[in-house]
Ligand binder design. Structure first.
Ligand code: C2E
Ligand code: CA
Ligand code: CA
Length: 599
């Protein structure tokens, strides 16, 4: 069969034996046919349809060939040589002279049997020559081969051969246009620079071949994480993330069309987790960790080069803060951000060093006057700074993505504590915990809660999750579905800081909620200020009309308590009863208070 190849292709064997998943399927290729005889076009099209091609563009007037091709961007052009008005040679010349069409395969169809015109067509850049009238099988084979050759060339130019990922050149190209688009649409873009820690050691001790194998395996896992993130996004969709090998042990991941840095933190977290499993190379288990630097556009840089550089700077920070971590770039490391950076680094170790603890604030039932539950509030017992307020470190943890781990820790810690209270004190207390801004979005929350509840034998109705209004500001169906899944686990759902957000009554009505917490700011003036009292009263009525339990937070005076009781509020929290106390003091606080209130 080899004599069927024209000289230009004689040496080329299309790599058909290794079909790759990113090969364009035949049905997606647009075939453009330029021929002045409609009959010919019809016949050719019928043959190709039979081979599975589905997209066709036909051009009868050769003078329209170039403009049509520019617009339709065909994967392949079938070009007749003999046409009135303009010859196929001229069309071919135009096509080869056009920047965007220069590499498009062109199969020339000619009835001319003279070698001179064949030679001329080849000289002008024809990919293949096909004799008219076309033979069906030959047409199909030549079309297929031309496309395979083109795909192969594209791959050589665009892909990194070791990993099959796009190379740096393609990545930077895409980055440039994504930055432009993001600018126009006012969207953010995250650039993750992923560098493997101590990769050189692998190369030095096990050899380059093992190093290469490891890189290919790492690339595969990165691809899995990226695809999981892309999820149901259509292929080639502008918002899909793009992964590339930038060179050596460096990978790049670009996430366009973001509203904030959280998704980048999430994916970086997932990458760290995914690479933590050992790699089996040459019969032995290898462990490799990444250091990931993240730069955001437009905050950290607006152009591709600065963004890449800043992501690299962030990678160095990740490495110096102990590797196997990710780090956001921050432009000015002034005192404030330096403090943050230190806190951030120290926060990473805080979990390990057991510096984080939960304190519990009592919740009092207004009709019985007795403590009926507690809210768990996180505290950081810093070795030098003392107790650091959660309002200071929770935002940092949210930005770096550490909040996911912290949140999981809180869930488990609370459940463990509830079990202790039941076993040693015979108390079945209802305990609330705070869910962070993207705790709900991360998807794992349900899983984590279900597991902690079953391990610590927590019955339904005892655990309460506090969410804020802003967390619920997504499409109502999406949120309702997530909340129903949580409710079905037996947890109750509460809206924290109520009144400070923008949720509408009709929106809330559609969500499976149990409780509403009136924000401290309204409670503050409720005993003296008529407007505040009116707002609190309205919020209580609103909550009850939605079938929710209403809790007031930040109650500091007896007057406030009395007002709330008179307005029909169900329960309260606040310094009037007690601030949050360590777990081991809670039961004492509770017994003491309840006894004083005559329980
Ligand atoms: P929040 O959920 O609104 O928690 C209530 C805050 O009000 C707590 O501050 C509590 O100590 C304080 N407070 C309670 N009673 C009074 C009072 O009578 N007067 C005044 N002025 N304040 C009172 P804290 O513990 O500093 O927590 C601040 C915020 O940090 C919390 O607000 C919550 O949004 C967040 N946070 C705390 N722990 C966690 C946690 O485990 N996970 C998450 N995601 N966020 C947490
Ligand atoms: Ca709360
Ligand atoms: Ca609150």
């Amino acid at each position: 069969m080899s004599q069927m190849y024209e000289p230009a292709l004689a040496a080329f064997k299309p790599p058909v034996e290794e079909p790759r998943r990113d090969d364009v399927p035949v049905s997606d290729v647009t075939v453009m046919m330029v021929d002045d005889e409609p009959m010919m076009i019809e016949v050719t099209q019928t043959f190709l349809e039979d081979a599975g091609y589905r997209r066709f563009v036909s051009v009868i007037d050769p003078r329209l060939a170039l403009t049509t091709a520019r617009v339709k961007k065909p994967g392949l052009i079938l070009l007749d040589l003999m046409m009135p008005g303009m010859s196929g040679f001229e069309v071919l010349e135009q096509i080869r002279g056009d920047e965007s069409l220069r590499y498009t395969p062109v199969i020339v169809l000619t009835a001319a049997s003279d070698p001179a015109s064949k030679l001329r067509a080849l000289e002008l850049g024809a990919t293949e020559i096909l004799a008219k009238p076309v033979d069906e099988s030959e047409l199909k084979i030549r079309v297929r081969n031309s496309l395979a050759f083109k795909a192969y060339q594209d791959r050589l130019a665009n892909d990194d051969p070791l990993t099959g990922l796009p190379n740096r050149r393609v990545f930077v190209d895409r980055l440039k246009s994504a930055l432009l688009q993001g600018q126009m649409r006012g969207r953010q873009l995250a650039l993750l620079h992923i560098n493997l820690d101590r990769f050189r050691q692998v190369n030095d001790t096990l050899g380059h071949r093992a190093g290469d194998t490891l890189l290919a395996m790492v690339a595969e896992r990165l691809r899995v994480v990226t695809q999981a993130y892309a999820g149901l996004m259509p292929l080639g969709y502008a918002r899909a993330p793009m992964l590339a090998r930038l060179g050596g042990d460096e990978f790049g991941l670009m996430m366009p069309e973001l509203g904030g840095p959280e998704p980048a933190a999430n994916i970086a977290h997932d990458i760290v987790g995914e690479l933590a499993r050992p790699f089996e190379v040459a019969g032995q288990d290898l462990f490799i960790t990444p250091s990931i630097g993240i730069a955001m556009a437009p905050q950290d840089a607006r152009d591709d080069a600065s963004l890449l550089r800043n992501a690299g700077v962030a990678t160095k920070h990740a490495k110096s803060s102990g590797r196997n971590a990710y780090h956001f770039y921050r432009q000015q490391l002034d005192n404030v951000s330096l403090e943050r950076l230190t806190l951030e680094t120290q926060l990473r170790r805080a979990g390990v060093r057991k510096e984080l603890v939960l304190h519990y604030q009592p919740k009092i039932d207004l009709s019985s006057g007795q403590i009926c539950g507690a809210e768990a509030l996180m505290r950081w017992n810093h070795p030098e700074l003392g107790l650091v307020s959660p309002t200071k470190f929770i935002p940092i943890a949210e930005e770096t993505g550490q909040i996911v781990e912290l949140g999981e820790w809180v869930v488990d810690e609370v459940c463990e504590q509830m079990e202790k209270w039941r076993r040693s004190d015979g108390l079945d207390l209802q305990v609330s915990l705070n869910v962070a801004r993207h705790g709900l979005a991360s998807g794992r929350l349900g899983e984590v809660i279900a597991s902690a509840m079953s391990r610590h034998h927590i019955g339904p109705g005892l655990l309460v999750l506090e969410l804020t209004e802003s967390m619920l500001m997504d499409r109502v169906e999406t949120i309702a579905e997530k909340l129903r899944a949580l409710r079905d686990l037996g947890v109750e759902l509460s809206i924290d800081d109520f009144g400070t957000g923008y949720s509408s009554m009709s929106y809330l009505k559609q969500l499976p909620l149990h409780e509403l917490k009136i924000d401290r700011s309204f409670v503050k003036g409720s005993a003296e200020d008529r407007t505040d009292a009116a707002i609190v009263s309205a919020l209580i009525v609103l909550g009850h009309s939605l079938g929710l339990r209403v809790v007031a937070e930040g109650v500091e005076t007896e007057a406030q308590r009395a007002t709330l009781a008179a307005l029909g509020c169900d329960s309260y929290q606040g310094f009037l009863c007690s601030p949050a106390v360590p777990a081991d003091r809670f039961v004492h606080t509770m017994r003491d208070f309840n006894a004083r209130k005559g329980g």
